[in-house]
Design a binder for this molecule. Structure first.
Ligand code: ADP
Ligand code: ZN
Ligand code: ZN
Length: 817
C-alpha cells in the first residue's frame, strides 16, 4: 500500500499539497507534526501534516518528503479545527493561518533570511525610499524573508534593493536551513569534583592563600552551596563574592571550578509571595453571580461595567475558579500597552502561573510559551495575550476573557488571515465547550446588539469601585473661544485654568490628541501647495523632533522643506495638530513641569510603553500627552484631569463606525480621570458642542448612543444588522484597477444586485504606489453566509482567469473594520 500525507505549507495557495511517505513514516507520523518538504523547483518548506491517507493525487505525481521534524505533534487537532473555521469564515488559506499562528522559529525554510546589521549605525538619510522601508521594518522584526520584503515593497523584484542595503552594510543575509529557536541557557558553577572532599578543599584554600580574591570566591561558593541545595548561578557567585567574572573564569580555566548550563525559560516572574485576591464589593459580587448564572445558559456573556467599576477583579475570581479546576485560561487584551500594568496585577495574585504572549516578544520567547501551553505546564495556566494568542495550542481550556472587547485592534487588518480575535475566541471556546466573558465600559454595537437579542448573556456594573463618582465631563466650545480670542495656541482658557489648578493640587494630567507628529499638513501660504507623499495620496506630516516630513502610510521620510516646492515661497504654514505640537505648547505654558509623550513614535521597542507608563505611575511626569494608546484600560492613581484637545476630527472621519468609535474613545479616555477617591474632571474641546455624540459622552449615556447608532445601521444596512465583506483591489496602474474593479462589481451585481456598493476609491486612494478600489457586499441576516461566500469565490475565480486582471491583487475582508 502506498501512503500519502496532505500538508499545509505557509504559502497563500488554496489547496493542500500531497506528498508520498514510506510505510514506516506513515506509522510514525501524526497529524500536527512538522515535515520538511520540497516545493517548486528548489524550495524547502516546513509543512504541517493535516491528513494521512492512501489516495494518490490526481493532477500531479506526489514528491517524497525530506524529513520529519517532530517526535510529537506541535499543532493539536482542536487547533486545526479552528484553522479550518478561520479559513472558511475569513476566506483565506490554511497557509496564511499557519504563518500567523506558529512562531516563526517553528517554520524552517530555505529562503533567504535578512537581519539588521546591529554592529553599525546607519544614517537613514543615505537610504532610498524602498531601502528605508525594508530597513524600518527590520526595526520591528528581527529578520525578514525575501517573501516579506516583496510584501512590504509590494513588488516581486526586490533583490536589487536588498543588494543595495547589503552594500550599505545596513543588513546582512543568512541562507541556511536551521532551527531558529535556541533555548536560553543560564551558566552555573560548582566546585570541581577533585575538591569536594573536606581534605581536598582545605588544601585548595591553603594553596590559594596568596590569591585572596580567588580564595574569597571559593569560600563564597562553599558557603552558598552549603546553605542551599540549589545550583549556583555564576551571577549569584560574582554578586555574593563581589568578584569580577574574570576571576571566576580563571578559576574555571585552572580546573578548580566547573561550569555547566541549565535551560531556563525567558519570561520569568521575580515577585515575592502571592497576594490573595480582593474581596469583591456588593456590585462586583452580584455581577460575578450573574455571570456564572448566565454561563449556564449562554456560552458568551457580555459584562458592561463602567470604567473603574472593578471588572478586572471580577475576572480574577473567575480565573481563580477555573485554574482551581485544573484548566487553562486565555485572557485577551487588545494592546500591548495594557499588558504592562495587567501582568503585574495578575502576577500578584497568580505568580508564576501567568504567561504573556504577544508580537513584541521574540520568536524564542513565543516558542517557550507555545510549548508550555501545549504541555499544559503550570506556568502557562493563564495566558495573557494580544490577538494572536488565540492560536496557542491549548490542551485544557476552561475560560476565555476578552477585555476591552470593543477595541478595533482585535481585528487583523493586514495580511491575511483578517480575523477578529474576539469572534474567533468565541469559536475557540465552542471547540472547548467552554465560556467567553466579553468585558467593556463601552461595548461594541455588535456585542451589545447580540446581548439585546439574547444571543449573549448580559451583566452590568453601574457603579465605580469605592463609589467614586464618574468624572465630570465638560464640553468647551473652541469656536466661541477663538472668536473671543480666548485661546493660547490650541489651549482654551478653561483648559489652562483647570490644568493650573490640577497641578497646584499635586495631581496629574492626561492630554489626548489622536494624531502623532507635529502637524499633519504643511501648506504654502502663497500658493496653497502642500507636500505630498510620492508613493501615497496623502500629505506628509511634519515631525519637529527630527525636522522631517513623514508619510504615516508608507514610512516615506524627507527633510523638512525650506521653501515651497511649487512656487519657492518661504512662508510655509503648518496646519492641523499632532501630539508633538501639544507637547511643545504645554512645555511653554507650564515651564518647569515634566511633560512626556506616548504615541507610536515614542513607544518603539519592547519596553517603550513600559518606561513611559511606569514614569507616569511613579509620578515622575506631571502631564502625559498621547494618542489613543493611552485611552485603553490603564489604571493611574493620581490623574485628576483629562483634556481632549480636539474631538472633531474623529467625529468627521469617513467611516460608518466613526460615531460609535468616538463615543468609545472619549469615554475611555475620560475614564482615566479620578479613579481613586477624588472626582475626575474631563474637558473636551470642540467646534461642535451640540453634536449628539458629544452630548451622549458628557452624560455618559450609552443607551442613547446605542439606540441612535443602531437605528442608523438599520437604515443604511450596516453591521451588526447586515454582515459585510469588503473587497479591495490594488494595482500600480490606475486604469487597470479601475476596469478590473468595474468588471468585478458588475459580476457581483448579477448575483447580489443592489447589495453591492462601489467600486469606490477610498479616501486615501493610493498607498505605496498602489491604487486602491473598494467594493462592498452587504449580506442580510437571512441570506446564507456560506452560499454568499461560495458565489464570491466563484466570481473571483473567473476574475483571476482573465489575463488582463491577473496582476491585480484582490483582498477579501470579511466583517471589515
Ligand atoms: P475596570 O477594569 O472596571 O476599569 P479595575 O478592575 O481596574 O476597574 O478597578 C479599578 C480600581 O479599583 C483598581 O485600582 C482596583 O485595584 C480597585 N478595585 C476594584 N475592585 C476592588 C476590590 N474589590 N477591592 C479593592 N480594590 C478594588
Ligand atoms: Zn507655494
Ligand atoms: Zn506614503
Amino acid at each position: 500500500m502506498q501512503y500519502f500525507i496532505d500538508v499545509i505549507i505557509p504559502v497563500p495557495l488554496k489547496k493542500l499539497f500531497t506528498y508520498s511517505i514510506t510505510i514506516s513514516e506513515a506509522d510514525f507520523l501524526k497529524i500536527g507534526m512538522r515535515v520538511a518538504v520540497p516545493f517548486g523547483k528548489s524550495k524547502i518548506y516546513t509543512g504541517i501534516v493535516a491528513k494521512i491517507h492512501t489516495v494518490p493525487p490526481l493532477a500531479y505525481e506526489a514528491k517524497e518528503i525530506h524529513q520529519i521534524l517532530d517526535d510529537v505533534p506541535i499543532v493539536t487537532e482542536s487547533q486545526l479545527k479552528l484553522w479550518q473555521w478561520i479559513s472558511s469564515y475569513y476566506m483565506c488559506t490554511l497557509g496564511d493561518i499557519m504563518r500567523a499562528a506558529l512562531p516563526s522559529a517553528f517554520i524552517l525554510e530555505s529562503e533567504t533570511i535578512l537581519s539588521k546589521n546591529k554592529t553599525k549605525t546607519i544614517d537613514e538619510s543615505i537610504l532610498k525610499d524602498d531601502e528605508f522601508l525594508v530597513f524600518e521594518a527590520l526595526q520591528y522584526q528581527t529578520s525578514l524573508k525575501i517573501h516579506d520584503i516583496m510584501n512590504i515593497l509590494d513588488k516581486k523584484n526586490v533583490l536589487p534593493v536588498i543588494k543595495r542595503l547589503i552594500e550599505k552594510e545596513a543588513i546582512f543575509l543568512e541562507e541556511e536551513v536551521y532551527e531558529k529557536y535556541k533555548p536560553k541557557l543560564v551558566r552555573y558553577v560548582k566546585l570541581h569534583s577533585n575538591f569536594t572532599s573536606e581534605k581536598a578543599l582545605q588544601n585548595l584554600l591553603e594553596s590559594l592563600s596568596r590569591a585572596p580574591k580567588q580564595h574569597l570566591v571559593v569560600m563564597t561558593l562553599f558557603m552558598l552551596s552549603s546553605k542551599t541545595k540549589k545550583p549556583i548561578k555564576v551571577s549569584e557567585l560574582t554578586e555574593a563574592s563581589k568578584a569580577s567574572s574574570a576571576i571566576v573564569k580563571s578559576l574555571i580555566d585552572k580546573g578548580i571550578l566547573e561550569e555547566y548550563y541549565i535551560q531556563t525559560d525567558r519570561v520569568q516572574y521575580d515577585g515575592a509571595e502571592n497576594e490573595s485576591s480582593k474581596q469583591l464589593n456588593e456590585y462586583q459580587l452580584k455581577a460575578l453571580e450573574e455571570i456564572k448564572e448566565s454561563f449556564a445558559s449562554h456560552n458568551v456573556t457580555l459584562l458592561h461595567g463602567v470604567t473603574s467599576s472593578g471588572k478586572t477583579e471580577v475576572y480574577v475570581k473567575l480565573i481563580e475558579e477555573t485554574i482551581n479546576k485544573g484548566k487553562q485560561v486565555l485572557y485577551l487584551l487588545p494592546e500591548i500597552a495594557l499588558t504592562t500594568q495587567l501582568i503585574t496585577r495578575l502576577q500578584n495574585y497568580f505568580g508564576e502561573q501567568v504567561s504573556v504572549f504577544h508580537s513584541k516578544y521574540s520568536s524564542n520567547e513565543r516558542v517557550e510559551v507555545w510549548n508550555n501551553v501545549l504541555e499544559g505546564k503550570a506556568k502557562a495556566k493563564i495566558v495573557l495575550g494580544a490577538r494572536s494568542s488565540i492560536f496557542l495550542p491549548f490542551t485544557n481550556l476552561g475560560l476565555i476573557i476578552v477585555d476591552e472587547e470593543h477595541e478595533q485592534s482585535f481585528k487583523q487588518f493586514d495580511p491575511a488571515p483578517r480575523y477578529h480575535a474576539r469572534d474567533t475566541a468565541i469559536v475557540l471556546a465552542n471547540i472547548w465547550q467552554t465560556n467567553v466573558l466579553l468585558g467593556s465600559a463601552t461595548p461594541s454595537l455588535e456585542s451589545y446588539f447580540n446581548a439585546k437579542q439574547n444571543k449573549y448573556g448580559f451583566v452590568e456594573i453601574n457603579k465605580r469601585y469605592n463609589n467614586v463618582l464618574m468624572p465630570d465631563i465638560e464640553l468647551v466650545d473652541i469656536k466661541e473661544a477663538r472668536k473671543k480670542k480666548r485661546m493660547k495656541g490650541h489651549f482654551s482658557e478653561r483648559l489652562v485654568l483647570e490644568m493650573t489648578e490640577t497641578l497646584e493640587e499635586g495631581h496629574q494630567i492626561i492630554l489626548f490628541q489622536n494624531r502623532r507628529g507635529f502637524s499633519p499638513v504643511v501648506e504654502c501660504a502663497t500658493c496653497g501647495n502642500s507636500p505630498q507623499c510620492p508613493n501615497c495620496d496623502v500629505s506628509l506630516t511634519y515631525h519637529q523632533y527630527r525636522n522631517q516630513l513623514r508619510c504615516h502610510y508608507c514610512g516615506y521620510v524627507m527633510a523638512m522643506l525650506r521653501e515651497c516646492m511649487a512656487c519657492g515661497s518661504h512662508e510655509l504654514d503648518r496646519k492641523g495638530l499632532g501630539t508633538e505640537q501639544i507637547e511643545a505648547e504645554v512645555k511653554i505654558l507650564f515651564p518647569g513641569r515634566k511633560v512626556s509623550r506616548m504615541d507610536l513614535d515614542t513607544t518603539r521597542g519592547k519596553y517603550g510603553y513600559e518606561k513611559i507608563i511606569t514614569a507616569f505611575e511613579q509620578q515622575e511626569v506631571d502631564i502625559l500627552v498621547g494618542t489613543q494608546m493611552l485611552t485603553k484600560g490603564l489604571d493611574f492613581r493620581n490623574v485628576k484631569l483629562v483634556g481632549v484637545m480636539n474631538a472633531d476630527s474623529m467625529l468627521n472621519f469617513p467611516d460608518f463606525r466613526a460615531h460609535e468609535r468616538s463615543f468609545q474613545l472619549l469615554l475611555q479616555v475620560a475614564g482615566r480621570a479620578g479613579r481613586t477617591d477624588i472626582r475626575g474632571k474631563v474637558l473636551i474641546q470642540t467646534y461642535n458642542p451640540y453634536h449628539n455624540i458629544l452630548q451622549q459622552v458628557s452624560t455618559n449615556n450609552y443607551n442613547e448612543m446605542f439606540n441612535e447608532q443602531i437605528n442608523d445601521r438599520y437604515n443604511f444596512k450596516y453591521p451588526p444588522v447586515y454582515k459585510q465583506i469588503k473587497i479591495t483591489l490594488k494595482h500600480k496602474d490606475y486604469n487597470k484597477v479601475d476596469s478590473a474593479s468595474n468588471w468585478l462589481a458588475k459580476s457581483l451585481r448579477n448575483v447580489f444586485d443592489s447589495y453591492v456598493l462601489g467600486p469606490e476609491s477610498p479616501p486615501v486612494s493610493r498607498i505605496r504606489n498602489q491604487f486602491h478600489k473598494n467594493i462592498l457586499i452587504k449580506i442580510p441576516k437571512k441570506q446564507s453566509l456560506s452560499k454568499t461566500k461560495e458565489a464570491i469565490i466563484k466570481i473571483n475565480n473567473s476574475f483571476s482567469s482573465i489575463k488582463d486582471f491577473r496582476s491585480v491583487r484582490v483582498i477579501l475582508n470579511v466583517d471589515n473594520f
